[in-house]
Design a protein around this ligand. Sequence first.
Ligand code: TNX
Length: 504
Amino acid sequence: MSTPALVPLPASLEVVDAAGLPLTAATAVSGPDSDLLRTLVATRTGIAPAGTSATTPTVTLAVEPGGAPESYRITVDATTATVTGADAAGLFYGIHTLVQLIRPAGDGWEIPAVVIEDAPRFAYRGVMLDVARHFHPVATVTAYIDRAASLKFNHLHLHLTDDQGWRLQLRSRPELTEKASATSVGGDSGGFYTQDDYRKIVAYAAARHMTVVPEIDLPGHTHAVSLAYPDLSEQPVISDHIRETVREFGGGMPENGTAYDGMAVGFSSLKIHDEATYAFLADVLGELAELSPGPYLHIGGDEALGTDAADYDAFVGRVTGMVAGLGKTPVAWHEAGTAPALASGTVGQYWGYITPTDGMDEKARGFVRGGGRLIMSPADAIYLDMKFDAGSPLGLTWARGVTSAQRAYAWDPAAVIEGVTDADILGVEAPMWTETVRTLDDIDALAFPRIGAAAEAAWSPAVGADPERTWESFRARVGALAPLWARSGIRFTALPGIDWARED
Ligand code: TNX
């Protein structure tokens, strides 16, 4: 009997040498989230299990408090499958594991006989979606939430603002979306979320045990602000990098007060010595904190290339303090780790390479020294917007060129930054920047299957702690998910090196 193929790999899986549970229209389902399981089984098999509890076989779902947060246990034999979560999230993840277990048997379907005990390695397991470079409507965001939640991700980081657009309507500053949301990269159309849209996203995520982490990128990546509030913005700093990007990718030179639809980074900055900037940020961050029930508020901080280093440090010190004052935990990209006055407990997001360059590791360690922890997003491993095929129009290549599924897999979060161990790591996040990404199909094509590697880095035992935590094992396991993904409408890319399963 072949070993069940699960992604992310569970903490423990025992295959029992016995008959599995037949899955038919007569199979009964009972307990909390029965409807979710029925829907997922119907998507996977075309059969909706509609038996009553008096009939066998039976799937029993339950929550029994006591275990680790988000943990669950599954036992399957010929008459009963039981999924027991330590909490509602644990049950939710157990249900998704059970669905991955479903396999064809004869003319029908079965769940193989197993015992699984599972719990996450890291508490924070994130995906990021850039809705600024290209605006993505609510339906795309909720579809991505479903995809990510099924792989046990529990945070959705929304990159809500950048040079190209401001995507969240604010009551205190309505001019932002009125004047700075109309376009996307390449002259594509823009858009923004109304407050109701944003609340809908937050609620949809929460119902799938995901917390939204909103980001307002500061003090750079703020060209859009100049369309609404020209007085708050410095003039663009035009560097060789900007000229090169314009040569390579087209688009005009950034000009304050005019929408920017190119792909250059690092030219914009808010005025750091003007108190009006902080009055603006008090409104923006205050309203964002009020709209966002989650504990985190991301203030960006990346690539402020035109900003003087001392000014930058002073700015992120002050702004992380403002966020802490709102009762939220600030999160910032790793550059902010240089700031001596960073609010204590600020979380850093590392986006350097798996072998750090240019002192990025030292910047990241600054957060740990400040009593905070790190989110690991190494660009050359799990930036989902890196090109998987030189010939595809999708994706970029700056993080060590065209990538592969194996490169996305072969790293461990605790082996990237010297001195940073599991205790210093809050979790792992896979960002999706959208300069080249316009649709859900584009998102799927880039994210799948590499998002599976990110899920495994975030959830599964460390590399070396389990004999199945290898590329050889992953390439077989992730390939076995192809029928589930196809039936779920996920337009994944059949990357080379993976044994893609077929089911006719
Ligand atoms: C770098 S990594 C950026 C983004 C770009 C991305 C494209 C980081 C924090 N900033 O502004 O969209 O590269 O891959």
